[in-house]
Design a protein around this ligand. Structure first.
Ligand code: SF4
Length: 262
């Protein structure tokens, strides 16, 4: 194993689509394609879990520090970024970078899709410029469809930070319990099981939330535990969508929300 080797980590679908083209482009280079194992799940895209996958180890996040830049693939300092970052670096190197980034807009909107637009647009402008600003009451989730922050329609004069995703939800069409249950199911299913706070915590949260009478103080305390004690960002972010939804949106749909103490 030589330190200057590089890998392109591709999921199965992209590999199927791009393998032939990439193989031609990578001929005579030290870059190899590594296809994400089918059982790697969501967490298989986390940077240190990717390193484990390439090394043939169990696919789960590593405790950090050390960070990949000091001790990464096979113990070597490793630069690991997503393809959008490398694409932007190539534009900067060619003097063609125009301060744009990619945004994914999904959900209850007319023109779902991926857009390349200026990186300083507010969420409101992004929805308007893409013809996705709803005529009905709505809220959005930004930065990830399970772990992203939830904002009401009056909080859209800010930029998207982190992952450039915006999911639009119609207030009339969606049931808040179903939405939270969907997030919890996602975290239960995608927890890699390595650390107890996330493995047990997501299971218990789902269990508490499934009961007719929800023990909110216990639920809320568990959310805090997950944020404080989980080993990686997946467990740490379980509280983000739920707490931001309860704070920013739930009061609009239930005037007794303050009684929930969450
Ligand atoms: S927080 Fe969850 S996903 Fe992350 S290492 Fe712990 S169990 Fe795995």
């Amino acid at each position: 194993m030589r330190a200057e080797k590089a890998y392109i980590f591709l999921n199965y679908g992209y590999n199927k689509k791009l393998n032939k083209k990439l193989t031609v482009l990578l001929k005579n280079s030290k870059i190899e394609i590594f296809v994400k194992p089918v059982n790697a799940g969501y967490i298989g895209g986390e940077e240190s879990a990717i390193l484990n996958a390439i090394e043939g180890k169990r696919i789960e996040p590593r405790l950090k520090p050390p960070f990949p830049t000091s001790k990464g693939l096979f113990g070597y300092p490793t630069l690991i970024n997503n393809v959008e970052t490398f694409y932007n670096v190539s534009l900067v190197a060619a003097g063609q970078y125009l301060n744009k980034r990619f945004y994914t807009i999904t959900g209850d909107c007319l023109n779902e899709g991926v857009y390349e637009l200026p990186d300083n647009l507010t969420i409101e402008k992004l929805l308007k410029q893409t013809g996705n600003y709803p005529k009905f009451s709505f809220f959005v989730q930004v930065g990830g469809n399970a772990s992203g922050e939830v904002l009401s329609s009056s909080q859209l004069k800010r930029q998207v930070s982190g992952a450039g995703s915006i999911a639009v939800y119609s207030l009339a069409k969606n049931n808040f319990k179903k939405i939270i249950k969907g997030w919890l199911n996602f975290f239960v299913n995608e927890s890699c099981g390595q650390c107890a706070p996330c493995r047990e915590g997501t299971y218990r949260l789902n269990e508490i939330f499934s009961k007719e009478k929800i023990d909110w103080p216990l639920f809320n305390g568990l959310l805090d535990n997950l944020s404080d004690a989980s080993l990686c960002a997946l467990g740490c972010s379980v509280a983000v969508p739920i707490k931001s939804f309860m704070k920013n949106v739930y009061p609009q749909i239930n005037k007794s929300a303050e009684n929930l103490q969450i």
